[in-house]
Design a binder for this molecule. Structure first.
Ligand code: UT7
Length: 323
């Protein structure tokens, strides 16, 4: 038996993001009869508005829109992609998987294609497995997409969840590092999980909505995750003071700020996409990154720390280099 030769390292070539057109403000939710207020949501969660998919807008539509943008920005063609991974916890149905449908829509013929569910950590998990595939030689270029249509799993009368979750998609193209002078573009992942806390964020069955023990998740996120983030920096050989940005899952602005303080990277720009995007689970990190790049807030070659965390519970962190 022989093994195929991979690449010594992987990198991200480009990002792309997609948000549905419909903007739902906090006042819109209060006006629908939910006992809440703009002031409460802004101060406790940090959200001012979120985007919600239209009735005929599917998860695959959003995933394909984000994936198509990332592919176009990468300068590659559909024929160059040989693996498509869609991170999602809100598939339209258990089968068929979303990845194969999205690949066909984008004209990517016969790639490896699978969905991956690590909830809000999904994009970081998918990025790590894409990087490993490139390094092992099982794929040369991977389209990694985080996409969610959480609005279809939310009880729009439950104020503890309907103010938080939203829809959208973000994508990245991953490929080999071809310049022998360049370092790795995707650092080692630090990932983990604790099924003992599985009931803290859950959808019980196909007839149920999302429920979450907000305070328990808040406590866990603000106490257990900064060591994970710091470990990812250590494994990548990047001191937190060298980070250009910190892009954690956009769960709650207070959580984001608390973890950022504990990491010890005061110079790093901290993503706050949640303000106008809400919590889009596996889409939140690539959406935030594509917007920061579009606005010129982070530049090519800079080091950025990613940290995904949520249901499972599961978490993952890695340092990346901005394409
Ligand atoms: O993405 C996956 C990972 N998820 C997370 O990281 C979520 C983590 N948790 C959180 O972000 C926060 O716990 C929430 C945003 C979910 C809730 O914020 P909180 O500051 O923990 O509020 P709480 O649940 O402790 O509730 C405080 C009060 C309660 O009223 P009383 O009992 O003090 O009278 C709630 O009933 O706020 C009330 N409340 C609301 N009031 C107005 C809860 N939701 C609302 C609301 N509007 N939407």
């Amino acid at each position: 038996m022989r093994l195929i030769e991979g690449s010594p390292a992987a990198r991200i070539l480009a990002f792309g993001g997609y948000q549905p057109a419909k903007v739902v403000t906090n006042d819109d939710i209060a006006a629908s009869g939910v006992d809440t207020s703009d002031e409460w949501i802004r101060s406790r969660v940090g959200i001012a508005s979120r985007r919600i998919a239209g009735p005929d807008e599917s998860l695959a539509d959003m995933a394909a829109a984000a994936g198509g943008k990332a592919l176009a920005a990468s300068g590659l063609s559909a024929a160059d992609i040989d693996l498509v991974i869609v991170a999602t916890c809100t598939p339209e149905a258990p089968i068929p998987n979303t990845a194969a449908t999205v690949a066909t829509r984008l004209g990517i013929l016969a790639p490896g294609a699978y969905d991956l569910n690590a909830a809000c950590a999904g994009f970081c998990y998918a990025l790590a497995t894409a990087s490993d595939a490139v390094r092992a030689g099982t794929a040369r270029h991977v389209l990694v997409i985080g996409a969610e249509k959480l609005s279809q799993w939310v009880d729009w009368t439950d104020r503890s969840t309907c103010i938080i979750f939203a829809d959208g998609a973000g994508a990245a193209v991953v490929g080999p590092v071809t310049d022998p002078q360049a370092g790795p573009g995707i650092g080692p992942v630090v990932w983990g999980s604790d099924g003992g806390m599985a009931d803290k964020i859950a959808i019980a069955d196909r007839n149920s909505f999302i429920v979450q023990e907000g305070q328990a998740v808040f406590r866990w996120a603000t106490t257990a995750l900064h060591p994970v983030a710091r470990k990812a920096c250590e494994l990548a050989g990047v001191d937190p003071t060298e980070l250009a940005a910190f892009v954690p899952h956009q769960a709650n602005l207070r959580i984001i700020e608390a973890i950022a303080r504990k990491i010890g990277a005061p110079q790093a720009r901290v993503a706050d996409d949640i303000v106008h995007a809400g919590n889009t689970s596996s889409a939140s990190i690539p959406l935030a990154l594509s917007r920061m790049i579009e606005r010129g807030e982070i530049g090519s070659g800079e080091a950025v720390l990613l940290l995904g965390f949520g249901a499972g519970i599961s978490y993952a962190a890695q340092v990346i280099t901005v394409p």
